[in-house]
Design a protein around this ligand. Structure first.
Ligand SMILES: Cc1ncc(COP(=O)(O)O)c(C=O)c1O
Length: 453
């Protein structure tokens, strides 16, 4: 067997998964020390180029960068069979959700650009994920994992008759996406939700065949109860079907399809993009974007990285707190070597930088209220490397951005989905972004009938 064109390594401790590892999801050393362990797919073909295919399905278009495709090739599975596998899974997603995965729109919004006072050269570009599978970007993370599991079965490394159950903790977009994608693949799924989860979402999850488990907070318990119950289930043998890189590093790779699509679109934008403003809950979305952009730059498909800024709410901003703590280790204008050194120190002393937020946060942007930013390390490093900054926005600004987004673009995104725009408003008003700059935001989730946390 020729080795796959990518490896799976822990960004915290350097552990390298065996090329035939069936579940290269979580670092086996995670939880044994204070190191931040996240398995990361590392491309190892220096001569590889960025995919230029025109397939509408991003998992086909960018397959040359996917670990599952590399594993398939290493096991002698021909490209046509891999493509057939992805296409049949996508058809199954379409049968469940009405449509499968397709590259999502990315365009300059004249109305938003004008209302934020940008010049004709600058402006606001919007990537619209509201029409994606199950109404958000979340399915991207999980489709990547599903394809990986299917390839393992195709390669004979996993017995379809002995499938373990999948599990996730979420009560919103991630859970809905997981339920759609798991059902499409014919996998059993358990979803741990908070005790006050929106009954409409719980019932939709049940309708999709997921087992829904409500998780009240136990007296004296610290951290998110649904996440704690998930960890127990995973310890019992369930597979992490999560959108958090620390639980399932391959979820980041699936999320990278969003960043790769940006790269493809930016090739048609002479001069490139100056800023990308990303809302952060658990951090997988931002981590995926950062990794995709960095890889594309490494493959020569992007001349320069935009500054990546992040957005959290005043109710909970554990990422911003971690960033501030790392910043104290650095000079005012740190170079890449200093950043890498500081991040290596931070990753080895996780609890000094990232802890669960002490208060139960509330916000109109319910999807970014995670009390911990699980993928904080990659995101803090991404901000430091690109010159971005962490923003903490008020409820007023979130509401303003939400209204402006819908009235200016007609895209029916929810307040979490438009919270990146709240960050951009803040950056514009503080003068940190000039009117001639080009900035992108991600409208990540659709407005649903009955919204809830
Ligand atoms: C619509 C939407 N956008 C953004 C996010 C944030 O993504 P992440 O948790 O990966 O930071 C979420 C998370 O639930 C979401 O639902």
């Amino acid at each position: 067997m020729t080795p796959p064109a990518s490896t799976i390594r822990c960004a915290g401790c350097g552990y390298a998964a065996d090329p035939d590892e069936v579940y290269p999801f979580r670092c086996p050393r995670a939880g044994t020390d204070d190191t931040d362990h996240v398995l990361t797919r590392v491309l190892r073909r220096p001569g590889a180029s960025f995919p230029r295919g025109g397939e509408p399905n991003p998992f086909l278009r960018y397959r040359d960068l996917m670990h599952s495709c590399h594993v398939a090739a290493a096991h002698g599975i021909p490209d046509a069979r891999y493509r057939g596998l992805v296409a049949s899974l996508d058809a199954a997603v379409a049968a469940v959700d009405g449509h499968g995965f397709a590259v999502t729109p990315f365009a300059r919004s004249r109305e938003l650009s004008d209302s934020l006072g940008f010049s004709a050269h600058g402006g606001v570009w919007v990537k619209d994920e509201t029409g994606n599978v199950s109404g958000s970007h979340k399915g991207r993370h999980l489709m990547g994992v599903l394809i990986h599991l299917a390839v393992m079965e195709e390669a004979g490394l996993l017995d379809p008759a002995g499938r373990r159950g999948l599990a996730i903790a979420s009560c919103g977009n991630a859970a809905l996406a997981a339920a759609v994608v798991a059902r499409a693949g014919g996998w059993r799924l358990t979803v741990f939700v908070p005790a006050d989860a929106d009954p409409a979402i719980a019932s939709r999850l049940g309708g999709l065949g997921a087992e829904v488990v409500a998780c009240p907070r136990e007296p004296g318990e610290r951290g998110d109860p649904a996440y704690l119950r998930l960890r127990e289930k995973l310890a019992g043998g369930a597979l992490p079907f999560t959108t958090q890189g620390n639980e399932n590093g391959l979820a980041i790779e699936g999320g990278e399809t969003l960043g790769y699509e940006l790269v493809t679109d930016l090739a048609r934008l002479p001069g490139g993009l100056d800023h990308l403003v990303v809302q952060v809950g658990g951090g997988a979305l931002a981590s995926s974007c950062i990794q995709a952009l960095r890889e594309a730059a490494g493959l020569g498909a992007l001349d320069r990285l935009p500054r990546v800024h992040t957005v959290q709410t005043a109710g909970a901003h554990p990422l911003e707190r971690a960033y501030r703590r790392v910043r104290t280790l650095l000079p005012p204008e740190p170079g890449p070597v200093a950043v890498r050194r500081a991040m290596a120190h931070a990753a080895a002393h996780r609890s000094e930088f990232m802890q669960p937020w002490p208060e139960t946060p509330r916000s109109v942007a319910t999807g970014i209220l995670d009390d911990e930013t699980y993928d904080w390390r990659a995101v803090v490093e991404g901000m430091l490397m690109t010159g971005g900054r962490p923003l903490v926005v008020s409820e007023d600004l979130l509401a303003e951005a939400s209204q402006l987004a819908v009235s200016a673009t007609g895209i029916r995104a929810d307040p979490t989905g438009t919270s990146g725009l709240a960050g951009l408003l803040e950056l514009r008003r503080s003068g940190a972004i000039a009117g001639t700059d080009r900035a992108a935001v991600l409208f990540t989730g659709i407005r649903r009938q009955a919204a809830g946390h």
